[in-house]
Design a protein around this ligand. Structure first.
Ligand SMILES: O=C(O)C(=O)CO
Length: 291
């Protein structure tokens, strides 16, 4: 793996079905102590870090999101964090929406929705994935792409995306796409007030984290037609309980957090996660260290 000759270390891998060759490769190279290889649904909190003890040197997650890891606590203990940026950007940006069942016959208005052509698309969170989404929607002949982001992104010139404030993106967008990382500032940023500022024809899409949305407020907004519809690849909790009202709404499409689910992306993520661990344990520069 990446030609790194590893000393014997012990790595705890939270699942047996990690993609790529990572488990086998790590298994053959690690004995002893010191790394955790985890998924986005493994909470790596203080209790876990305590249980691992001072031998733990690296936590490597097979995800770009790190909201399941207690980052400040890792910093305090000198534990390095590996993640998987870039390698899932295209797969996640490719994801739009899908629906199953109920196909009786073709009908003129059945399953219709507004097209992207001529529309204003607002992207909240203009990092790697947000920018990749902008490149894709631009190809659909959109009238305008807006973005909301903490910092101005020079890459926006590639798509002509315009930085606006949060209220403006809510007021003006026909499609609002959340690509923002879940951090304290974005927690439930899409709340009742936010939905009430959107157009009644707006479509809300979330491919980042369910925690960016006040889900009760979203359900109300969909039920009251405050907005037209939502497409969610992420929810709170995950998996979404079968009795969730979201499943009953015919203006909400739900996917099971599959934004990055191409074989290529997941294999690359799996191997990057393993390589992050090996590099950290061998005192090398990690291929993708979360800083
Ligand atoms: O990598 C992540 O953070 C994901 O959500 C995987 O789709």
């Amino acid at each position: 793996m990446s030609g790194i000759k590893s000393k014997p270390y012990k790595v705890f891998v939270t699942r047996l079905d990690m993609p790529g060759d990572c488990v086998e490769l790590l298994d053959t190279q690690v004995k002893g102590v010191n790394g955790v290889y985890c998924c986005l649904n493994d909470k790596i909190d203080k209790a876990v870090l305590d249980a691992a003890g001072p031998s733990l040197k690296v936590v490597s997650t097979i995800s770009v999101g790190v909201d399941h890891i207690d980052v400040p606590e890792c910093r305090k203990r000198g534990i390095r964090i590996g993640y998987t940026p870039d390698v899932l950007t295209d797969a996640t940006a490719d994801l739009t929406e899908a629906r199953s069942g109920g196909w009786v016959s073709w009908a003129p208005t059945w399953m219709t929705g507004p097209g992207l052509s001529g529309s204003t698309v607002g992207i909240v969170g203009f990092g790697r994935i947000g920018q990749a989404v902008a490149r894709r929607v631009k190809a659909f002949n959109t009238a305008q792409i807006l973005y909301y982001n903490r910092s101005t992104r020079p890459e926006a010139k590639d798509t002509g995306a315009l930085k606006v404030d949060f209220d403006e993106i809510l007021n003006k967008s026909d499609f609002i796409i959340c690509c923002a990382a879940l951090v304290p500032e974005t927690k439930e940023i899409f709340n009742k007030a936010a939905f009430s500022k959107m157009k009644p024809t707006a479509i809300f899409i979330n491919t980042s984290r369910g925690g960016t949305v006040d889900q009760v407020a979203l359900i109300e907004a969909l039920k009251n037609n405050t907005i037209r519809a939502a497409g969610l690849d992420v929810t709170t909790p995950e998996p979404l309980p079968l009795d969730s009202e979201l499943f009953l709404l015919d203006n909400c499409v739900i996917l099971p957090h599959i934004g990055s689910a191409t074989i290529e992306a997941r294999d690359t993520m799996g191997e990057l996660t393993a390589n992050n661990i090996l590099a950290a344990l061998n005192g090398k520069e990690m291929p993708a260290e979360y800083k």
